[in-house]
Design a protein around this ligand. Structure first.
Ligand code: PRX
Length: 655
């Protein structure tokens, strides 16, 4: 691993982009002096700094007794304080000096077929209050888990904010996951209630969400209620005594529902993400710290203002959507744009059309999307002015400098700063990113930690790596938005994140730091792949493959992919008597889609008699990665048990 990191870290990029003076002047952090002041304050006493930001940016019902209680690896932020995330995202924009926001757009929603809706802060508050009463009417109590499996429609944000309002814990499952994955997550969360929709629109087709839920619920014993939003209108099964329409429940619901005064450490949500083992883990986030972190980073990193129309293209089913479509943005009282569908429907310029239609000022998307747009061609972009844009962001994977430069020139017209934001489901919010208006950027680097965050690159022994030397990315001190655990599995939480280095959070990423202290993220160093900005575990796909009766053994690795960043290659050995065929290849891909979801479908399946293993029986993934990428095998193969396996795999590749 260390070799690979060292090799990759040779990438040298020298282009520098100083913040534009006009941008800096109007920014929250209006230049290097202001930035240094912020950093100095944070470095001097990070708890006091976070406490100041918490006081200034979040409304609390009861103040904290202690900023941080840190018993590694368990952190509690704003101990003893009471607040409510839904209150901060809604009610406080309707009161006092902010009361005028009642008629300001909170959510501008664009459906894929071209329909649209705008919910003002007043509207959103009313709908959330009503749905909270619906949840209560269904018997949901504080602390109960509610599963949301929904398309990108305003009702998803409403349901989240309603859970937050009463202290129910939402667990959102991305609409691309299959029945099997849903069932596992529902069972793990022991949820009584699921909120879904008949379907959602994607590339002109209906994604049949309710059918998927029906299938998932066949093996999920805990669910008593399913609430169904009517979106696509096709006929679906409504099971008597279990399924009810959203609009019918909402008809008579009272709009009166004060926000519960919740402890700062009350659970807000769990979100499942892939780890290094077969089973996804429910990452737990709580109320106060998460709210502070997402509110403050939204404000400073996106330079979010009252006048902004902000659009993050992520699906709410991922952490980016939780933190930076909904919570961090609404908490700041800004306008958030939500789009339901695909970027190429009806044409490949849909995103640019939306930007011009709503005069979007801040645009946040993933490198994989940027590379796709680049491939589709500049002509689609050039049809639109994009003149409203003032800041661009990226997230999800390392951005290659060529894509960064295209983004800057073609979308940002060389005018908009780009914030390359590094973070994870576990971190809750952004940890490493330029502050626009203050930090000079270079394509390919997420630059510097947000003040008050203390990441470092360390070597195997946990000592700081030298300048430009590759190593492990860790975080040395707790931060407000950090995960509080893995739902129901404190042991796994300790092992996964806190066992490699003492009292230090291990991110699973490799990185290097250059002479300016800028962080260059080099991707995962564990068995997690980052495919089109989505996290997938090799083990998860392997166990899906071996659950097929024809498969004896499988090993899954990533290979570089021009668009997706990483492509998925599965090496499969078959049970005795089973013939390899193209038909079986297609079946196996379909099988993975069914077991996990279409996002996990291997790009390539290679049949092999045997997998290369060490004498102790461990699969030599490094060799497989080389073979998958078509690279010469570098490094040590002396522990390989059977050299002929390697030769055969190469032959099969050429054939
Ligand atoms: O490898 C890093 C990569 O995405 C991983 C986190 O994935 P997930 O939990 O799904 O969250 C994605 C959205 C926050 C990280 O471990 N990653 C995320 N952002 C960047 C990145 N890699 C490089 N540069 C980034 N800006």
């Amino acid at each position: 691993m260390a070799d690979e990191i060292a090799i990759e870290s040779m990438l040298k990029e020298r282009r520098k982009f100083k913040p534009d003076a006009a941008f800096s002047r109007q920014a929250h952090v209006n230049g290097v002096t202001a930035y240094n002041r912020m950093r100095k304050e944070a470095d001097k006493n990070y708890q006091r700094y976070w406490a100041r930001l918490a006081k200034e940016n979040v409304t609390w019902f009861t103040p904290w007794k202690k900023v941080l209680s840190w018993k590694p690896p368990f952190a509690k932020w704003f101990v003893g304080a009471k607040t409510n995330v839904s209150y901060n995202c809604l009610d406080r924009h309707l009161e006092g000096e902010n009361a005028w926001r009642r008629n300001k757009a909170a959510i501008i929603w664009e459906g894929e077929p071209g329909d649209s809706r705008t919910l003002t802060y007043g509207d959103l508050h009313r709908e959330v209050c009503k749905f909270t009463n619906v949840l209560k009417g269904l018997g949901i109590k504080k602390g109960d888990r509610v599963v949301l499996y929904m398309p990108m429609v305003p009702e998803l944000a409403i349901a989240m904010l309603a859970c937050a309002r009463m202290g129910a814990v939402h667990s959102i499952i991305f609409g691309g996951f299959s029945a099997e994955s849903i069932r596992d997550r529902i069972n793990d969360a022991e949820a009584h209630t699921v909120v879904t929709a008949d379907g959602g629109w994607r590339r002109g087709q209906v994604v049949p969400l309710k059918n998927m839920i029906d299938e998932a619920l066949e093996g999920a014993k805990t669910v008593r209620n399913v609430v169904v939003v009517q979106r696509t209108g096709q006929s679906i099964l409504m099971k008597d005594g279990r399924d009810q329409w959203w609009h019918e429940l909402m008809k008579d619901a009272s709009p009166d529902c004060p926000a519960a005064k919740l402890d700062a450490e009350h659970p807000l949500f769990t979100l499942y993400t892939s780890g290094t083992t077969g089973k996804p883990k429910g990452i737990l986030h709580t109320t106060g710290g998460y709210l502070v972190h997402t509110t403050v980073t939204s404000k400073y990193i996106f330079d979010l203002k009252e006048t902004d129309t902000y659009w993050c293209t992520a699906d709410i089913g991922w952490i980016t959507g939780h933190s930076y479509v909904v919570y961090g943005i609404l908490s700041n009282g800004a306008t958030t744009v939500m789009y339901e569908g695909a970027p190429n429907h009806p044409e490949q310029d849909r995103f640019w059309e939306i930007i011009d239609k709503y005069n979007v000022t801040i645009f946040y998307t993933a490198p994989t999307a940027i590379r796709t747009f680049q491939k589709w061609g500049d002509e689609h972009v050039k049809k639109h002015s994009l003149k409203s844009l003032r800041l661009l962001g990226t997230v999800g994977e390392p951005i290659n400098p060529a894509a960064w430069m295209w983004y800057r020139k073609m979308i940002g017209k060389n005018r908009c700063p780009i914030v390359d934001t590094w973070w994870q489901t576990e971190t809750g919010g952004i940890l490493i990113s330029p502050i626009p208006g203050a930090v000079t950027t270079t394509p390919g680097t997420a630059t510097l930690p947000f003040p008050g965050i203390f990441p470092e690159v360390v070597n195997e022994a946990g000592k700081p790596a030298k300048t430009d030397e590759g190593g492990y990315l860790v975080v040395k001190r707790p931060w407000p938005g950090m995960l509080r655990g893995i739902y129901g599995d404190p042991k796994r939480y300790k092992e996964q994140y806190w066992s490699k280095f003492k009292d230090t959070y291990f991110t699973g990423d490799g990185a290097r730091r250059d002479k300016n202290g800028y962080f260059w993220i080099m991707g995962r160093v564990d068995d997690v792949m980052n495919v089109a900005g989505h996290r997938l575990s090799t083990m998860e796909i392997e166990s899906a493959l071996v659950s097929h009766p024809s498969v004896a053994e499988s090993a899954v690795v990533g290979r570089p992919d021009e668009i997706k960043g990483t492509g998925v290659v599965a090496f499969v050995s078959l049970e005795k008597g089973i013939e390899a065929s193209e038909k079986l290849q297609a079946q196996l891909k379909q099988h993975v889609a069914k077991e996990i979801g279409p996002i996990a479908k291997p790009d390539d399946i290679r049949f092999t008699d045997a997998l290369p293993k060490t004498r102790s029986g461990k699969i030599m993934r490094r060799l497989l990665r080389d073979i998958a990428a078509g690279r010469e095998t570098v490094g040590d193969t002396t522990t390989l048990e059977d050299y002929s396996v390697l030769a055969k795999l190469r032959d099969s590749d050429e054939g």
